[in-house]
Each structure stands twice: as structure tokens, then as C-alpha cells.
Design a protein around this ligand. Structure first.
Ligand code: ADP
Ligand code: ZN
Ligand code: ZN
Length: 848
């Protein structure tokens, strides 16, 4: 394929018939197709072609789809007769030229197709297909729209009408209007916020509504309110409420604030105010109640405040060093211990970049993107800030996408998929917690690492990239040491808080001395109790969810396993179920052994659920909450749990990795790691790096805002090398130790790795395909860089048997590029074999 992404060459000047040019476009369908398809442009639409814009085409006998125009030319395809484009949707690109260039690079680098990249990149609301459906937007249903609707638009609105929120498929819309080209009408209605789009009924959009109060209009004058206070003189409780309201919403300073109002709950849930007084004021028409549709990340307080903290000396110095290094280098690593105040440095740099007229992308790992940080950023950047979160609905994502295109959002804070947004003028990219594995997408393709993509975007757009971490990835630190990246250190926590004190608890000894209570050593339990007695909070970390990973029959040894995967089923007590953590299969917990009928079924090992259960029994006075995948599935559950902990409604938080990241609680003085060994002994070359990062990050939750925290780590073997470095918080020493291992065993950063996985329902065929693939690879690359095939530890998932091949390549760019072409070729050859038709081949570049 030799496509060039030349940008919207100004639409060809319409030439009078009969010598009109015949135009063709190559389009990227949002499907995993290896090549682009060519369609013909109807003459009368020659002027409408926009590169990067969407068009509707027919694909397959019944399906119509929107796709992106990648190129325009005058060459008919050789192998087939091009079909006509059905409709042009956009007058301006929705995918920009820099994006097309980036997507092309991603497809090449990550060994996938351009269609797969586009599919991941575009929010569903920008992907129209004959299966899409539309529904009235709740905001329109409630308030109507300020925009005029034309006759066609009005007909759609009437058909959708009513309160019950009827939905129409695109096919139905086409029938209704009696025309085939109705997509522009739909686009227009979407832009006016009259309708929104969804793929399945289950995706229906439910806006978040809050009850608010404001002052009745007639009291917005000094005189009126003085009179009011005089009238209420004998009702001190109502006066208290009014005073509180006026303190939070100073309408006499700025009358507009009354429009924003105040959440009713801020008054009714205050311990100092009487809820019935609030209601009396509403009943008497002094306060007015109203509903407001709010964003998921509201400005909870005074929306006009734009405050920025003053950087302290260390922060100022670090910031200046970053700026200085940016003069010479495109990439800088900010290595700052947990709680050193990196966020404020980012904020300062973002402000500078915006002042210079550039755009900013601020990436955070999934879990760290909480209301805490978003609220902080909104306070400084207000409506210029867009937030891109994976739990957002498609429409919310499309809104951010369009907002970046239109220039409404100059700075976006988002998770990994925010790298796909249509920036074209970035000045700065920040990758916070750059070591995080959640920047890597495992499935489906493109299996990209957002950190690497950010580096490439910086390169393409001439933007600077700042990587931040308390525990940098070994690869990143290596680049900094080599002088390829600039390096800035922040070695003290912000304010008075010192680094926490870390201590090991020997569970083997404790067990011998009969000092273990369930999975808690007596020392850990005593420490928890002591902290709770001081009204302080505790975080406990355990890297496994559910109640127990294994159930076993005490009489015959039978262990229930998943029928589709090679794993034992985990017991989940709350649901009283056995569940597979790989495919989601679940069944009721059996009362007797399916093999021998014995009733002696016992659980082995433990997860967060068991810890929660045990702790609630052992410390009944404690308020224990659990945060893991099981308790955070609902859209706002995560925020809720964090909110409760923040407001100290709960005092012990037990959780998986979710509790280790980016959270900043003032009152946490103790962190416990329940089972360190399971983390250290994970079968992967990165196990030590992960363990170090995890221990240091979770420790970072202890003792902020002036209090010195404590961390207790339970382990069976206190002599393991890594502990010593964690305890002394000595990243340098950890790095020296780890990089030596990597060099010796030729792991990254000294090599690049590509993992190929063969999946087949038939175990023997999986092996056969893998062996053949290894042959093809060895023919091209030589045998020595190709390792395997081998079945992975969990060798069967969702009925597919797995075989893995690992390829280790030198880092040199040119070698790597050629090797990838060779790998593609080898994969193609194997895919084309008839007998291997059912096999799936997956390539993962830089696997994590
Ligand atoms: P890090 O991201 O490096 O772990 P944070 O950015 O979370 O650290 O900062 C730690 C704490 O210190 C936060 O509560 C933050 O609000 C506070 N903080 C940081 N810098 C300042 C500053 N210049 N003024 C006031 N508070 C600050
Ligand atoms: Zn049995
Ligand atoms: Zn399974």
C-alpha cells in the first residue's frame, strides 16, 4: 500500500460537464481489514470530498457503515468495480492529518490494521452504522433547544417524542424520511443536542441529576433580605440555613451565582443545620428547589474561584529544571517521591503551555483519574479542561472529541485512549505515573502503550513530553541515565510529611508462635486497632479479589475448575458463587463435592472478600469497606467508596491494586500489605519491578499532610533482596540491581520483545500452528531470536488453547522495522494455510 495522506487539497474546482473528473476515495473502515477499500464519488458530490471526513458506504449485502476518507485519487481499483459512496457526512475533517499519520504509525508499530486503530480511536457516537439507534436527548426532552429545527428534523423529533424515550434505528429513520441520505440530518440533530446515538438499548444515557436550591428572585436585594431576616427573627434555625446558603453562594457579591445555586444536600446533610428548616424555607417560597443535569465531575464549590497554589522552593526548582531541560531535550522524566507535589508542577507547566497558545494532553492511569484530581484541575482551568474517562458514555466522549476539534478544550486530562483525540497543536504532553501497566491495552488490537504513543505524538507535533513517577519504569530510567531523556528529581514530600516508616512482619514465625489470626499477624491487628483508637484510617492491600481462589474437597481432593479455561474457580462469598476470573463463567457454590458427594468442601487461599469478612468479625467496631473489581462495577461506585473514605465514614479500606494508586487521603496513617510473597514470585521478568513499584506506591498512601505514616508488610521470607530497597526507599539501588539482571538475561531495555499468541479450540492444532509459525519466523529472523512455542501458565482461556512465541530483537530502529515486516509475512503465510483456518494469531509488541 502506498497511500499518502495529503490533506484536504482544496475541493476540486467544479469543471463543467462533460469533462468532469471521476474521483475515487480510499476509506478506512472501522473493521480489522488488512487493506483500505476504494469507493467512487458520485459526480455531483465531487466538491464534497473531505479527507478525514466521514462517508457512508455499503459494506456487505445489507450493512451500511460510516468510514473515514484517507485519500482521494482518480485511479479505479483493479480487482473490483468500485461502489458509489452513499453519503458524505462531514464538511470538515473529524480525523485530522496529524491523527492519520499517528494511526498509520500505530498500525505499523503494533502490527495491526489501520481499521483496528480507527475503531479504537473513534468514539462510538462518531461511528454510524445501520445498526445504530437514536433517542431524544434528556436535556432536549426537559428544556427543548434554542436552535431552529427544519421540517425533516422535526419529523424525527415527533417520531421519537414523548416521555417514554422511544428509540429509532437508522433504517427506521430512513423509512420515515423516505430518503437514503439522512445521516446529515442525524448529525445536525446530534450537534443541537436534540438526540443522541447508541448501539444497544442497554446503553441508554441516564443523566446525573442533582437537587439544588437558590434564593427566590425577590430577595436578591439588600433591602429585601434585611426585611426577611427581621421577619425570621423568631426562627433561628431558618436563619442559620439562610446564613449558610449566603456564605456558600454570596449572591450580593455576584448575582449570577444564584443561577448556579447550591446542592440541597449541602444544607440538609450539614450536622449544624436542621433539614426541616431547609424544607420550611422551600415551602414558604424563600428558597427555590430545582433540578440540574450535571456532569460527572462537577465543580462542587464556588465555580468562579480559579486558584493556583504557590509552588514551594523544591517545586519551583524542579519546575525550572524541567523548563531548562526542555530547551535541550524533548522528553524529561520527573522522578519525584510519592507526595512530593508533582501535580502542582504539572499544573504550572500546563498553564505556561496554554499561555503560549498550545494544546496540552495530561494522561493519567485509569484508577488515578478520580474526582479528586479532576476537581483540582477544573478549579484552575475551568471550562478549557476536557475530561476523557473510560466510564464515560459514548456521547460524553464524542463531546470531548468535538470539543478538541473546535478548540473548546485546550487541555484534556484523560486515560490511555485520550491519545486518540484530534489534537493538532500540542505543546505539552504529560504522562503521570508513566510506569503504570494500565497504559498498555491488552485486548483488542491495537495493543498499544499510551506512554509510547505519547512520545510519538510529541515527536510528530514537535511537543515536549514530561513523564512523571515515583517509581519509574526501568526502561524509562535507563533512557534518562543514557542522557536520552532529561532527568529531574524531587526527593522530599511536600510540607512536613516525612516518608513513611516501613517494617516487615514475618508470618512464618508468627504462625509457629500461633500469632496468626486468619491472615492477620497479631502485630498487624494490634497496629490497626491502635490507629483506629486514634481516629486514624487504615488501608490494607491484597492482590486478589473474591473470597478464595480455590475450593477443594477434603475427602477426594477434587477442585472445581472452569470448563472453558485452565483455572480453578474462585469462591465469591457475597454472591455465594464460584467464578472464573478469565471468562466470567459462574455457578452456584455446590453444597457437596460433585465427584464424591462429600460435604467437606473447604476454601484455600484468600482474597479481599475474606479479609473484609474476617476483619469485620475480629474488629466489630471498625467500619470496613472493600474496593476491588467486584465492588466498583457500577458507574459511580468507585467515586462513592473513595468519597466515603475521604469523609471518614469508613475507617478501613481493603482493596486490590485500586487502593495503591494516586489517592491522597489526609488521615491514613497505616498501610498493610497482607501477602507480599504472591507479588514477588509472579512468573515474569518484570515481577521484581512490579513488586517494587507496588510496595512503594501503596506505601505512598500512608502519612500525608504532616503525619508520619507506617507501612507493615507481611511476608514468609523477610530476607528477599527487594525488601531492603523498598524499606530504604532507594530507587537508585533497586534500579542498579534490576538493570544488571536485565542486561544479563537480555531483556528490555536491552532488547525489544514481541509476543505472538496462537489460539485454537483444538489443542493439537494450536501446537501445530505454533510450530509452523516458529519455522516461518526462524526462516526469516534466524532461530536464536525466536523462543518457544510454549503453552503459557494458563494455557486455555474461553475454550481456546494457547501457545506463545516470544521474539527478542535488538533495539536498532531499522532492524526492528525489517523484523516486523518479516513477522507480518510469516503470520500471513500461516494464516493462509487452509488447515489452519480456525486459528487466531495475535501479535503483542512490547508486551507487559
Ligand atoms: P504526588 O503527585 O507527587 O504524589 P501530590 O501532587 O498528590 O503529590 O501532592 C501531595 C499533597 O501536597 C497534595 O495534597 C497536594 O494538594 C499538596 N500540595 C502539593 N503542592 C502544594 C502547594 N504548592 N501548595 C499547597 N499544597 C500542595
Ligand atoms: Zn470429593
Ligand atoms: Zn473461564
Amino acid at each position: 500500500m502506498s497511500l499518502t495522506f495529503e490533506f484536504a487539497t482544496p475541493a476540486p474546482v467544479p469543471t463543467p460537464a462533460p469533462d468532469r473528473v471521476t474521483l475515487f476515495v480510499d476509506v478506512i473502515l472501522p473493521l480489522p481489514l488488512p487493506k483500505l477499500y476504494t469507493y467512487r464519488v458520485p459526480y455531483e458530490l465531487n466538491d464534497s470530498v473531505v479527507i478525514g471526513g466521514r462517508v457512508i458506504v455499503q459494506f456487505g449485502p445489507k450493512r451500511t457503515l460510516s468510514c473515514i476518507v484517507a485519500a482521494v485519487h482518480e485511479m479505479p481499483p483493479k480487482e473490483y468495480v468500485a461502489k458509489y459512496i452513499l453519503e458524505f457526512i462531514d464538511d470538515a475533517p473529524v480525523v485530522t492529518q496529524p491523527q492519520l499519520k499517528l494511526f498509520r504509525w500505530m498500525a505499523d508499530y503494533y502490527l495491526c490494521t489501520l481499521g483496528e486503530v480507527i475503531n479504537a480511536a473513534l468514539p462510538a457516537a462518531l461511528k454510524l452504522s445501520s445498526e445504530s439507534r437514536i433517542q431524544l436527548h434528556p436535556a432536549f426532552a426537559a428544556e427543548g433547544t434554542a436552535y431552529p429545527l427544519d421540517a425533516q428534523e422535526q419529523r424525527i423529533v415527533d417520531a421519537l417524542g414523548g416521555e417514554d424515550g422511544k428509540a429509532l434505528t437508522f433504517t427506521e429513520v430512513g423509512d420515515l424520511l423516505g430518503i437514503a441520505s439522512f445521516h446529515k440530518v442525524i448529525k445536525s440533530l446530534m450537534q443541537k443536542d436534540v438526540i443522541f446515538l447508541f448501539e444497544q438499548l442497554a446503553d441508554k444515557y441516564t443523566p446525573k441529576v442533582v437537587k439544588k436550591v437558590r434564593l427566590a428572585h425577590r430577595y436578591i436585594s439588600q433591602d429585601a433580605v434585611e426585611q426577611l431576616f427581621a421577619e425570621l427573627a423568631s426562627k433561628p434555625k431558618q436563619i442559620d440555613v439562610l446564613l449558610k446558603f449566603l456564605q456558600r453562594v454570596p449572591v450580593y457579591r455576584d448575582e449570577h451565582l444564584n443561577q448556579v445555586g447550591l446542592e440541597k444536600a449541602a444544607l440538609t446533610s450539614s450536622p449544624h443545620l436542621s433539614p426541616s428548616a431547609v424544607n420550611t424555607l422551600i415551602k414558604n417560597g424563600i428558597l427555590e428547589q430545582f433540578d440540574q443535569i450535571v456532569s460527572r465531575f462537577p465543580l462542587d464549590e464556588n465555580p468562579v474561584a480559579q486558584l493556583q497554589y504557590q509552588l514551594n522552593e523544591a517545586q519551583t526548582q524542579a519546575r525550572d529544571q524541567v523548563l531548562d531541560l526542555f530547551g535541550r531535550k524533548d522528553i524529561v522524566l520527573l522522578h519525584g517521591v510519592t507526595g512530593s507535589g508533582k501535580t502542582e508542577i504539572y499544573i504550572d507547566l500546563i498553564r505556561k503551555a496554554l499561555d503560549g497558545g498550545g494544546q496540552v494532553l495530561y494522561l493519567l492511569p485509569e484508577i488515578a483519574l478520580t474526582a479528586q484530581i479532576v476537581t483540582r484541575l477544573l478549579r484552575v482551568f475551568g471550562s478549557r479542561l476536557g475530561v476523557y474517562h473510560s466510564k464515560f458514555s459514548d456521547n460524553e466522549r464524542a463531546e470531548i472529541w468535538n470539543g478538541v476539534l473546535s478548540g473548546r478544550f485546550q487541555v484534556v486530562v484523560g486515560v490511555r485512549s485520550a491519545v486518540f483525540l484530534p489534537f493538532d497543536n500540542l505543546a505539552l504532553l504529560i504522562v503521570d505515573e508513566e510506569h503504570e501497566s494500565s497504559y498498555k491495552q491488552y485486548d483488542p488490537a491495537p495493543r498499544y502503550n499510551a506512554r509510547e504513543v505519547a512520545l510519538m505524538i510529541g515527536n510528530f507535533q514537535g511537543a515536549k513530553v514530561l513523564l512523571g513517577s515515583a517509581t519509574p519504569a526501568v526502561e524509562t530510567y535507563y533512557m534518562a541515565r543514557q542522557g536520552r531523556y532529561g532527568l529531574v528529581m524531587l526527593s522530599k514530600r511536600f510540607g512536613e510529611a516525612g516518608m513513611p516508616e516501613i517494617e516487615l512482619l514475618d508470618t512464618r514465625k508468627a504462625r509457629e508462635a500461633k500469632h496468626m489470626h486468619n491472615h492477620f499477624s497479631a502485630d498487624l491487628l494490634a497496629a490497626i486497632e491502635a490507629r483506629l483508637a486514634q481516629q486514624e484510617q487504615v488501608i490494607l492491600f491484597q492482590n486478589r479479589r473474591g473470597y478464595a481462589p480455590v475450593v477443594a474437597c477434603q475427602d477426594c481432593g477434587y477442585i472445581p475448575k472452569c470448563q472453558s479455561c485452565a483455572v480453578s474457580l474462585s469462591y465469591h462469598k457475597h454472591a455465594h458463587e464460584l467464578r472464573c476470573h478469565y471468562c466470567g463463567y459462574h455457578e452456584g457454590m455446590p453444597t457437596q463435592c460433585p465427584a464424591c458427594g462429600s460435604r467437606a468442601l473447604r476454601t484455600q487461599g484468600f482474597g479481599t472478600e475474606k479479609l473484609e469478612d474476617d476483619l469485620k468479625i475480629m474488629l466489630p467496631q471498625a467500619n470496613v469497606q472493600r474496593m476491588d473489581l467486584d465492588t466498583t462495577r457500577a458507574k459511580n461506585a468507585h467515586q462513592q467508596i473513595i468519597g466515603d473514605f475521604e469523609q471518614q465514614k469508613t475507617n478501613v479500606l481493603i482493596g486490590t491494586q485500586m487502593v495503591t494508586k494516586g489517592l491522597d487521603f489526609e488521615n491514613v496513617s497505616l498501610v498493610g500489605i497482607i501477602n507480599a510473597d504472591a507479588i514477588i514470585h509472579y512468573p515474569d521478568y518484570r515481577a521484581h519491578e512490579r513488586a517494587y513499584q507496588l510496595f512503594v506506591q501503596v506505601s505512598g498512601r500512608a502519612g500525608r499532610k504532616g503525619k508520619k505514616g507506617k507501612v507493615l508488610i507481611q511476608t514468609r521470607d523477610t530476607t528477599q533482596v527487594i525488601f531492603d530497597k523498598v524499606i530504604r526507599n532507594d530507587y537508585q539501588e533497586f534500579y542498579e540491581y534490576e538493570i544488571a539482571q536485565r542486561r544479563e538475561h537480555e531483556y528490555p531495555p536491552f532488547t525489544r520483545m514481541i509476543r505472538l499468541t496462537v489460539k485454537h479450540m483444538d489443542q493439537e492444532l494450536a501446537q501445530k500452528v505454533a510450530i509452523r509459525l516458529v519455522q516461518e519466523l526462524a526462516d526469516r529472523l534466524g532461530r536464536s531470536p525466536v523462543l518457544g512455542p510454549e503453552p503459557p501458565y494458563i494455557f486455555r482461556i474461553r475454550n481456546f488453547f494457547l501457545q506463545e512465541i516470544l521474539i527478542k530483537l535488538p533495539r536498532e530502529h531499522t532492524v526492528l522495522k525489517q523484523a516486523k515486516l518479516d513477522i507480518q509475512a510469516a503470520i500471513e503465510i500461516v494464516r493462509d494455510q487452509k488447515e489452519f483456518k480456525q486459528a487466531r494469531l495475535v501479535a503483542d509488541v512490547d508486551p507487559m
